[in-house]
Design a protein around this ligand. Structure first.
Ligand code: CP3
Length: 358
């Protein structure tokens, strides 16, 4: 049994008592940190950084050296899985992620196969092991993957998209083909996340960044059903400890009850949801993670602290009890001044203590 010295994050996910509200930030290792930019420059490009376990470990630890964060998140990307399926991921400067071989023809889709995580994604497993060693049980390590629908968006569009025209056209014209992509991707994600857990990830998060772009009906059929299969297939316990799972559908607040019913331990919320209302709807089933607007981090330290207190108050206004992990409602902006993150983390820790005295 190897619970980290600071296991506040794991306890909050499992709705056990805590002394304060734990906090970590999506994309906490990233371009807003000058030391990240320096390591990335040394790596040459983003993919080299992901594929080098020692540099991935180095950047994972960078935000923890600056801020009192309650969890580390593996430094990698959701698109390493389709890259391992042979689509050829690259990052064009200023254009975001792109695939050399996006899925365009039916035969390409029929040829898709789940990658062996210990072979094609071995560099991720090596990074997980190296990070766990470097963390030395100080805080838990979060593993992650993209949701099948979100991965399918990039695999079919070939990169970022404003309207998801290709993937949605397939959804309406050839649902059987899209279901095939989602099925192969789901099997890939299950074995990938279980390999991360086997290698030392102590919680896992599934990023469904684009599920919120679907219609009410399509969300259930093309995203949630696969999230449910993943959660059911995850290793629930490793090394004598529960391994909690977090599901985050950006824009999914309206569907909260359905997400909370798939068997995950926590649901991530973006800033459009009220934590109090969300808690009244589902807190007997799951913990909640979120949900400060990332752009609030551009305000003054005083305004940031006030906004952080509002988020903490919002959760606790629905009554006593825990089950809240503080986070942003989406990834931190690359233009965020790092010192503003200190103001946020300190405000959450200091202010939340009053709600956790039993
Ligand atoms: O949270 C963390 O610190 C862990 C690392 C992490 C990254 N990407 C590092 C990264 C995680 C969890 C992700 C997830 C991810 N990647 C998502 C889901 C979450 C979300 O933000 O919606 C998505 C959609 C991706 C795909 C992706 N990768 C995008 C859209 C981009 C940004 C492209 C750009 O130029 O703005 C990336 C690149 C990326 N992934 C960066 C980082 C730190 C920046 C790339 C760089 O250093 O040049």
């Amino acid at each position: 049994m190897t619970r980290p010295k600071n296991d506040t994050f794991l306890r909050a996910l499992l709705r056990e008592p805590v002394e304060y509200t734990p906090v970590w930030l999506m994309r906490q290792a990233g371009r807003y940190l000058p030391e990240y930019c320096e390591t990335r420059r040394r790596a040459g490009n983003f993919m080299n950084l992901c594929k080098s376990p020692s540099m991935a470990c180095e950047v994972t630890l960078q935000p923890l050296a600056r801020f009192e964060l309650d969890a580390a998140i593996l430094f990698s990307d959701i698109l390493t899985v389709p890259d391992a399926m042979g689509l050829g991921l690259y990052f064009a400067e200023g254009e975001g992620p792109k695939f050399e071989r996006p899925l365009r023809e039916e035969w390409e889709i029929r040829a898709l196969a789940p990658p062996d995580p210990y072979d094609h994604l071995r560099y991720v497993m090596d990074a997980v092991k190296e990070i766990r060693k470097a963390l030395d049980n100080s805080v838990p390590l979060i593993g992650f993957s993209g949701s099948p629908f979100t991965l399918a968006c990039y695999m079919i569009e070939g990169g970022a998209s404003d309207d998801f025209r290709r993937v949605k056209t397939m959804l309406y014209d050839r649902p059987d083909l899209l279901h095939h992509v989602l099925d192969v991707t789901t099997r890939s994600v299950i074995s990938y996340l279980n390999a991360q857990i086997e290698s030392g990830a102590q919680a896992v998060m599934i990023f469904d960044t684009w599920g919120g772009a679907l219609s009410h009906r399509a969300y259930r059929e093309f995203s949630l059903a696969y999230l449910q299969r993943i959660v059911a297939g995850l290793t629930k316990e490793h090394d004598g400890e529960r391994v909690p799972s977090i599901v985050f559908t950006k824009g999914g607040g309206l569907w909260l009850e359905d997400i909370a019913a798939i068997g995950c331990d926590a649901v991530g919320l973006d800033w459009t949801s009220s934590l109090a209302e969300s808690r009244r709807r589902v807190a007997d089933r799951v913990s909640l993670q979120g949900n400060l607007d990332p752009i609030a981090l551009f305000a003054s330290p005083e305004a940031i602290a006030a906004e952080a207190r509002r988020v903490v108050d919002d959760f606790h206004s629905a009554g006593p009890g825990g089950g809240h992990v503080f986070n942003l409602g989406h990834g931190i902006s690359q233009f965020t001044p790092p010192q503003n993150v200190s103001a946020l983390v300190n405000a959450v820790h200091e202010y939340s203590r009053q709600f956790h005295r039993s």
